[in-house]
Design a protein. Structure first.
Length: 207
């Protein structure tokens, strides 16, 4: 793959995007953020983009009469900005099969658990960490994975464990997991930047 030209999609405060941007600025990640897109007009991720001179766009299904119209607009925006890889950084919407097909194996998501455990619809934010603690798990972690047509279903690129402490609350576990998220998302992207990733079916191979 040529130099990574990223579109970052997010719905919230944008801490993972901020970490990615910092790694780019420090020369640890060979990529450029072409555009940031959010379905939430007040999302912090848009403000971070604007503060750093990166094009920022509010794009929501509510702005369009049909899902197809939204998909067509999103694809047009991605092509206009010459995007070759999509990063989902806290994006709370399921991408349609049309978007997945247009960017097959070029969409990455990060999840605050060791998939396939604690993934799927409704498993986001503190809900994940609450479920981990309720199950009595001794280990949680982070997964960066390829995005397919189902929530949290595509094959993992990187997984890293995070220990669960006896005194943990969902909030304290979330804080430790987030620190690891900020590290491994850029690591996974750099593997793509170095063209070290090959995907065969549901298996990802790192050279």
């Amino acid at each position: 793959m040529k130099r990574l030209k990223l579109a970052v999609l997010g719905s919230g405060r944008g801490s993972n995007f901020q970490a990615i941007l910092k790694n780019i600025q420090q020369g640890k990640l060979d990529a450029r953020v072409q555009i940031v897109i959010s379905n939430n007009s007040k999302a912090g991720i848009l403000e971070i983009a604007r503060e750093n001179g990166i094009p920022a766009m509010h794009l929501s299904h509510r702005q369009f009469e049909t899902p197809d119209a939204f998909d067509e607009k999103l694809i047009a925006v991605l092509k206009e900005h010459d995007v070759n890889l999509i990063v989902l950084a806290g994006y709370m919407k399921l991408l349609s099969p049309k978007i997945i097909q247009a960017y097959r194996n070029r969409i990455l998501n990060i999840h605050p658990a060791l998939l396939p455990a604690f993934g799927g619809e409704g498993m986001y934010g503190l809900h994940v960490h609450e479920a981990v603690l309720e199950c009595g798990c001794k280990v949680s972690g982070v997964t960066v994975h390829i995005v397919d047509e189902k929530y949290d279903h595509g094959p993992p690129v990187i997984q890293k464990c995070v220990p669960v402490h006896d005194q943990d609350t969902p909030e304290t576990l979330a804080q430790r997991v987030l620190k690891v998220e900020h590290q491994v998302f850029s690591e996974a992207l750099q593997l793509f930047a170095e063209d070290r990733v090959s995907i065969k079916g549901r298996r990802v191979f790192i050279q």
